[in-house]
Design a protein around this ligand. Sequence first.
Ligand code: PXP
Length: 243
Amino acid sequence: MTTRLRLGVNIDHVATVRNARGGDNPDPVRAALIAAESGADGITAHLREDRRHITDGDIDRLVGSLAIPLNLEMAATAEMLEIALRHRPHAACIVPERREERTTEGGLNAAGQHDHLAPIVARLADAGIRVSLFIEPDPRQIEAAVRLRVPVVELHTGAYAHLEGELRAAELRRLADAAALAAKNGIEAHAGHGLTFDNVVPVAAIPQLAELNIGHFLIGEAIFIGLGPSVARMRALMDESRG
Ligand code: PXP
């Protein structure tokens, strides 16, 4: 029996559009509430160091408004740790962050940063926050996650999304193998980045995955079909992939 796959909707790019003009519109919290009504199981937001999209005020309002779990994406910094501990979201996903990147361009090097990450993971876990690491589908990174004793890893699907043909098929196998290795070690596997209506089904069919986090495509598609239908269609594709 395969389990239902959860959908986390990332609302960062509603804030990107708002911030292009300043002011309050469009409001990412309103988008989060519509996503929740339309089939999202959780909301994901990345408070970046430069606050280029989501702001501290958005996190305050999300925490105050959401009836579904909030997954805070955060860099492994003292500032973000303090913010996470203050808000105590359901989950925190630790992501690599470089100021000059356009989006999160690769997984966290958990294998090379054990000593930096261990105290941050421990403080978050002690506060009852479910910690996840955003990593490449690489056995070395899963082994590092096991050593860090995180309950969740999120596998980076960016390479899968951008490759084609045989290379994409090989990357899909890496994702499936990484999800299986995580599950074998008692770690819940999530995945995300670059997923669309056209490429989501093979990823959603990986039986060990428990959650997908999807943002940019859904928010872009909302321009054409509306946010509710965009989320609902993704939800339906994910459900169909599980039979
Ligand atoms: N998961 C993580 C950890 C991310 O950093 C992002 C992008 O912010 C996503 C999922 C969603 O990626 P996309 O916006 O390409 O769907």
